[in-house]
Design a protein around this ligand. Structure first.
Ligand code: NAP
Length: 297
């Protein structure tokens, strides 16, 4: 079976390629060879390779910049994704597509179900939601919404916090981190495994396209997450000592795009479908930190 992975310079794309399962033939493509904005060249490449599956991790992920680049965000996250789903469906190929908790407005107090109403607060979330809607019209697509993604490489909160803990503790400064946004981190190592599990489960059948959720388990805030990163970073000798972390409100840390204040994803449907369990977020953080070396941040 041939599996094409897009966005392999991104943190999830790397984790998926690194965890590729035998005997699958895994072909990883970076943006310069597979640009979702270039519809015709994506189409030609897919029809040439005829992969059985595409795992699409490629996306326009700059949440704040998207507020000023609406057209581009939609071209990549909605119409570019629709394009590859259409080409796949022309010959029976299947798609795993990654979406986001930012499709939700954050005004719930219980975990979000896949069928809950979406109310994105910014352009990035709206473009990802449009991508979902377009794919759902076609067969054989699994859409996995995830939240607070981080891993041992790439641009993510964990590596940024390690860098800041190191710098600020050396300078005797405190880190100020938002405490009124609540969610659950998801390790790229864990999400990559779930992508492979879906392929294993669905490889021999056709299916209706559907939305699933996947994150680690538990609930935390960015503030608590930052403290844990410091504590465990010290434990694994990545930093000498953590900086002091001060909780602040979203009001005190203005960003171009609004983020949901609550975005816990209910993952029951995925757990039942694949017969798997979620890992507690702090356990996954332990695993990720053990895979980081000093040169990574
Ligand atoms: N990060 C999170 O917290 C988070 C949370 C929920 C969901 N997600 C979703 O999870 C998926 C993976 O995210 P990630 O954190 O791994 O993202 P990432 O590290 O930002 O990687 C995204 C990759 O997509 C590539 N890309 C950008 N525009 C492209 C285009 N037009 N054509 C092809 N490739 C393009 C980027 O290439 P260049 O580097 O060359 O630009 C990059 O390698 C995305 O669908 C994202 O929306 C992320």
């Amino acid at each position: 079976m041939k599996i094409l992975v897009t966005g392999i310079n991104g943190q999830l794309g790397k984790a998926i390629v690194n965890s590729g399962r035998k005997p699958y033939e895994v072909i990883g493509l970076e943006k310069k060879h597979f640009d979702l904005e270039k519809f015709e060249s994506c189409k030609d490449l897919i029809l040439n390779l005829k992969p059985d599956w595409i795992i699409n991790t490629a996306a326009y992920t700059q949440v704040d910049q998207a507020e000023h680049q609406k057209e581009k965000a939609f071209k990549v996250n909605a119409f570019g994704v629709e394009n590859i789903a259409k080409v796949l469906s022309s010959y029976g190929g299947k798609l795993i597509h990654i979406s986001t908790d930012f499709v939700f407005g954050g005004d719930k107090s219980k975990s979000y179900l896949t069928q809950d109403i979406c109310k994105p607060l910014g352009v990035y979330g709206a473009s990802k939601l449009k991508g979902e809607e377009l794919i759902l019209k076609l067969p054989n697509a699994v859409i996995i919404r995830t939240s607070w993604l981080y891993g041992p490489v790439g641009n993510n909160f964990c590596l940024t916090m390690l860098k800041l803990h190191k710098k600020y503790s050396e300078e005797g400064k405190s880190l100020r981190v938002i405490s009124d946004q609540v969610g659950c981190p998801t390790s790229t190592i864990d999400l990559a495994k779930v992508c492979w599990e879906f392929i294993e489960k669905l490889k021999n059948k056709d299916f209706e396209s559907e939305v699933f959720h996947w994150s680690n388990s538990g609930v935390t805030s960015w503030y608590d997450f930052a403290i844990s990163i410091g504590e465990l970073g010290e434990k694994y000798n990545l930093i000498k000592k953590p900086a002091k972390v001060i909780p602040i409100s979203s009001e005190e840390y203005k960003t171009e795009a609004k983020r949901p204040s609550f975005s816990i994803l209910n993952c029951t449907k995925t757990k039942e479908k694949l017969n798997i369990e979620q890992t507690y977020w702090r356990s996954s953080l332990n695993e990720v930190l053990q895979n980081i070396s000093h040169k990574d941040f």
